[in-house]
Structure formats: C-alpha cells, structure tokens
Design a protein around this ligand. Structure first.
Ligand SMILES: [Fe+2]
Length: 176
C-alpha cells in the first residue's frame, strides 16, 4: 500500500517590506519582491540542476560537458546573488533556502537516472530554455512596474542564459 503524499502548497512570499528612501512606491516594491522571489527560487533550482549534470555526466564528451556544466552553474550562481540582492534593495526579504526553492521553482525536476552526455545536454537545454522563458517575461513585467533596473538585471540574465543555451545545444547541432 502506498501512502498518498499530501499536496504541498508553496508558501506565500513574506509581505515584509522595509522602509527605504528608494522612490519606487511600496506597493510596486511588494509586487516586484513577490515576482523576484519566484525567479530566485527557479534560479537556485537551476544552479543545483547544473551541478547535478556536472557531477553525473558520463561518456566520450565527459570532460568538456563536465567543465561546461560547472561554468554554467557558476554563472547562474552569480545571477542568484544579483536577484536576491535586488529583492533586498527593494526592501524585501530574499527567500532563497533550498526548501523554498523546491516549493516555488517553476522548473521540472532534473532527471536523476540519466548518464550519457546527450541525455544531460537535452535535460540542461530544457532547464535553460524554461528559465530563459521566464527571465524574458520578467523583463516585460519589471518594465510594466516601472523598474528599469530589475528589467536590466533580467536582460543580462536572459542574455547569459541564451549564450549558455547555445554552448550546450551546439553539441547537438553538427548533423550537416
Ligand atoms: Fe566540481
């Protein structure tokens, strides 16, 4: 007999916004903090997914992929830090623990049962693409909230993700 696992509810983002002389209104800052905390969760998840790939990839392209996945992970870690610090600049609380990331991430879980390079390339490309989709949307959403700085952060994040997606997908594009 299997025990039913109760559905897990993603906890609401803390409504705390600290007083600040930042001239974005408190209402807008709260909306931005909620949006950014979701993206932070996905970014933390993405960084760990890249480590998962880095540790477990095998096959003839091992060393290249092992090193590439680590570089992508380092780059995403830098984005995690930038996103978290933007939340705090806006007066919010950056909610970046592993448990919160697991509950709020919009990425699919990384497959644990794959080994060969092409399977990891496919899984990493999917994760980068899904995160990149949300990053691009965040540029628009931040612009609608009149926060050009957050839009700029996500333009940089999105540009970086597109570059890494190229690096990863180039392993599959040599058919001709
Ligand atoms: Fe390592």
């Amino acid at each position: 007999m299997t025990t039913a696992i109760p559905p897990v509810q993603s906890p609401a983002v803390s409504p705390i916004t600290y007083p600040t002389e930042n001239d974005i209104s408190a209402g807008r800052r709260l909306e931005l903090v909620v949006l950014l905390n979701q993206r932070l969760a996905s970014a933390v998840d993405l960084q760990l997914q890249l480590k998962q790939a880095h540790w477990n990839v095998k096959g003839p392209h091992f060393i290249g992929l092992h090193e590439l996945f680590d570089k992508v992970s380092e780059s995403v870690e830098s984005s995690v830090d930038t996103i978290a610090e933007r939340i705090v600049q806006l007066g919010g609380v950056a909610e970046g623990t592993a448990r919160i990331a697991a509950l709020r991430s919009r990425l699919e879980e990384y497959p644990l049962n794959i080994a060969n390079g092409s399977a990891h390339v496919e899984a990493v490309a999917k994760a980068l693409s899904d995160f990149g989709h949300d990053a691009r949307q965040t540029i628009e959403q931040a612009s609608e909230l009149n926060d050009a700085d957050t839009a700029d952060i996500f333009t940089e994040v999105s540009r970086g993700i597109d570059k890494w997606l190229w690096f990863v997908e180039a392993h599959t594009q040599a058919e001709k």
